[in-house]
Structures are given as C-alpha cells and as structure tokens.
Design a protein around this ligand. Structure first.
Ligand code: 1DF
Ligand code: MN
Length: 346
C-alpha cells in the first residue's frame, strides 16, 4: 500500500484454553471480586448476568492465526503486541498463577517465534510471590525473548507501591523493560458503588482502578527508588493526563502540610518521565492531541484492544488524526519499537 506506515498495536488481548478453564472455575467459585461479573460473562456463558457472553469474546481471545491475522491483513495492522487478557493469572492462588504464567509465556513465545513480523508479546507473572515472579520475568526476556510485562492492576487488592512488590519493579528496571499496568475491576475496597449498569469495567471502573494505582505509585515515591522504571497505561492514560495538573498541585500542598510523603520530583515530572500511554479504546482526537501535549509525543502509542474493540475504527482513527508525518510514525510504530524493544526493521 502506497504510503503505508507500519502499525504496531500495543494492547492486544489473547488467552489460552488452560487459563480460560481456570477462569471458568473462578466464575463458579467463592471469590467476591468485582471481576467475577466480566469473568462469568466471558468464560462461563451459562452464568452470565452481564450480556458479555453475547459478544463471544472468548473466540477472539483464543485465536491468533485465524480471524485475528485476517483482520490485521485486511486493515493494514502489521503487528500486535499480545498479552494474556485481564485479569490474567491474578485471581488464581499463588501456585496456580505462577504455573499458568509460565505456560502462557511459553505459548506466547512460540507464537512470536512462528510469526516474528506479526506478533510480539508481554509476559505475565504471578505478583503474589514477587521473588518468584522476578525469576519468571528474567526468563521471559532472556530466554523467551518477550518484550516486557503485563500486570492487571491490583493483586488480592494490593498495589505495586507496596514494598513487597519491589523485586518485580527492580527486575523490570534492571532489564529496561516496561510494565504495562492494564485494568481489572476495582479492588475490594473500591468496588461497591461500581457494580451497576456496566460501571465495573471499561466504562468507568477500569479507569478508576488503574488511575488510582498509578497515583498511589507516584505519590508513594516509587519512582525515586526506581527512576528508570517505565510504566505503560492504556485508555489514553486512564484519565490521569486530564487530572495531572490538579494531582500535582494538591500533592505538593499535601506534602507541605505533612499529609503526603516527600518526593524528589513533582507528580507531573514523574508522569512525564516514567510513563507512556496508549490510545486503546479511546478514539477521540481531542483527547489524543491533549495527551500528546501533556506527555510529549515520544510517550504516546497507538493500540486497538482487540478483540474487545473493533479493528477498523481504531485504524481509521489513527489514519485520519490530524498530525505531522513524524508524529504519525511515532504514534503508529516508532515509540513502540523503542519502548518495547521491537525490531524497527520489521
Ligand atoms: C474490556 C475492555 C475487557 C478492556 C477487557 O479485558 C479489556 C471490556 C477483559 O470492554 O469488557 O482489556 N480494555 O482494555 O478496555
Ligand atoms: Mn485491554
């Protein structure tokens, strides 16, 4: 295609039957997590109360080489950065989570080896056991040649600013690989008002959950300890770009009066230095231009969020966005190549 710009979609969901089966058990088990609404809908159609089952996402999630590749070909998507879909392994007990993360990483690596120009991948890990997770992270990069990591926000309602998770952050920083913090439904302490009318997931709850997660990390001074750690968040920054001026102002006031811990940099400085965002599921040109202005063009990447979002409008959105050629190259592939260590030669 004349004038084609390489397109790497950076938040693309995928799964394996073994994880799907375990999530079906979660749907039927005693968990009180808010994620159960969506998990039942996607993995246990008989117990769906949400209407999710009607969309048959499971078929798209378990497929890589069929419809997914056909749609990529049809719409000019060169590559998908795949990751095990939310909530990943994080609702399982620690040992099951660890074993399934290994299996998923092996399968993902196999797929990337088979289609090196079409698929790259983010590794999963079981944050429940951070030292063991860090070992798997090292294997995923050094042996499996995956590109970075995916964590689906909280684990048993605990967040990554908790020092117990530091081995995970340390490993990512040491290997210079980003951690993508993807949503799952809000943690137990946040969940009650977010149950109704689909507010648990992508409409609102997901953004509340990840926005809360990253503000916790910035305000806790995580990036003083890990200054080179890169965190990627989707959905045009989960509303944080729009809020960052106020977060910065109020955090600095809270620091002055001793309500917030001292940090070396301001919240906005951390946000610009330690974060990158993707456009997944927000096809709004006003929001994209604003986000570029806030974060810098070098920190914004295009994504689809296949199969939860349709491919065609996501492609049309980025093709018709008013920007310079240089900006479009950065958004569509250049930033992803740099941040996720993807071969720029294709
Ligand atoms: C949905 C959206 C589901 C996203 C997802 O994974 C997901 C959804 C379970 O619409 O239900 O990754 N998303 O990232 O926006
Ligand atoms: Mn997603």
């Amino acid at each position: 295609m004349a004038g084609h710009i390489r397109k790497i979609a950076t938040e693309e969901a995928w799964s394996i039957p073994e994880v799907a089966e375990e999530l079906r058990k979660v749907a039927r088990g005693p968990s009180q997590s808010l994620d159960k609404l969506l998990v039942a809908g996607v993995y246990d159609a008989e117990n769906d109360t949400t209407g999710y089952a009607k969309s048959n996402f499971i078929e798209g999630l378990l497929d890589a080489e069929g419809q997914r590749l056909r749609l990529m070909d049809e719409h000019g998507v060169d590559m998908q950065l795949l990751a095990l879909t939310a909530p990943g392994v994080q609702m399982f007990d620690a040992d099951t989570a660890h074993d399934l993360s290994i299996l998923a990483n092996d399968r993902l690596a196999e797929l990337c080896r088979k289609y090196p120009k079409r698929f790259t991948g983010l590794a999963s890990m079981a944050p429940h056991s951070p030292k063991r997770a860090a070992k798997e992270m090292e294997r995923a990069i050094n042996d499996l040649k995956l590109n970075g990591f995916m964590i689906n926000s909280h684990t048993n309602s605990e967040y990554l600013d908790d020092p117990k998770f530091w081995p995970i952050l340390e490993a990512a920083e040491a290997m210079d690989r980003p951690i993508y913090i993807h949503p799952r439904a809000p943690s137990d302490g946040l969940k009650d008002p977010l149950r109704d009318n689909g507010m648990d997931s992508a409409m609102w709850g997901y953004g509340v959950e990840v926005g809360t997660h990253v503000v916790r990390m910035m305000a806790a001074g995580v990036f003083d300890r890990f200054p080179r750690l890169k965190i990627v968040i989707g959905h045009m920054g989960e509303a944080v770009p729009f809020w960052i001026w106020r977060i910065t102002f109020m955090n600095s006031r809270a620091q002055k009066v001793g309500r917030a811990g001292k940090t070396e940099l301001t919240m906005e400085e951390y946000f610009r230095r330690n974060f990158a965002v993707t456009t997944s599921g927000v096809e709004d040109p006003l929001a994209l231009r604003y986000t570029i202005d806030r974060l810098g063009i070098e920190n914004v990447m295009w994504a689809i969020d296949y199969p939860y979002q349709p491919v065609k409008p996501a492609v049309e959105f980025i093709d018709t966005f008013q920007c310079t050629d240089e900006e479009r190259h950065a958004l569509c592939h250049g930033n992803a190549e740099r941040i996720f260590h993807i071969d720029p030669a294709g």
